[in-house]
Design a binder for this molecule. Structure first.
Ligand SMILES: [Zn+2]
Length: 178
């Protein structure tokens, strides 16, 4: 069975329905610019990428926390900054997934993932600031940043756990399995 996927041109806004496996982009027939995959196939693809980035960021966050406990402040800051970049990327992919979703339960799942990743992104930014302040000998500022980070971590925990792709859209028929 051939899939028909929808693409939207970033230039002229035209939408195309193209038969075949989903591609990230095709060339617009009207203006020659790139048309992006959109709709549910794009939502699922973006969720998968966002989830991979999210898992990587979680791993970096937990490694960096261990480094902080061990007193390796500078190394920890590098880890928090890497985690911040991956959380930021995951938020961007989850945001696209929410926008392109056509299914309410999947959309809610992607929205929860987006909110949780946003809280964690803010938390690692504070944690990075904490390590910097602590290297500068600014103990009070370091404590304040840690307190702000803990607030964001608590807020993140209220969103529960981020569902893996197979849990987020179990009925999906298209796209590679993760
Ligand atoms: Zn176009």
């Amino acid at each position: 069975m051939a899939h028909v996927e929808t693409y939207r041109c970033a230039g002229c806004g035209a939408e195309y329905r193209v038969r075949g496996d989903p591609q990230p982009k095709v060339t617009c027939r009207d203006c020659g610019r790139e048309a992006d995959l959109c709709g549910p196939a794009a939502a699922r693809r973006e969720y998968r990428i966002g989830y991979t980035k999210y898992r990587e960021a979680r791993r970096q966050l937990s490694d960096a926390m261990s480094l902080v406990e061990g007193g390796a402040t500078t190394l920890a800051r590098g880890g928090f900054d890497d985690a911040a970049a991956d959380f930021e990327a995951s938020v961007s992919h989850f945001t696209t997934a929410v926008r392109e979703a056509d299914d309410e339960s999947f959309s809610e799942c992607a929205e929860r993932a987006r909110k949780k990743a946003t809280c964690l992104w803010q938390a690692v930014e504070w944690l990075s600031g904490m390590t910097f302040a602590s290297e500068q000998g600014e103990r009070l500022r370091a404590r304040q940043h840690r307190h702000d980070a803990e607030n964001r971590l608590r807020a993140a925990s209220e969103y529960g756990s981020v569902s893996g792709p197979n849990e987020a859209f179990p009925a999906a028929q298209t796209g590679p399995t993760a």
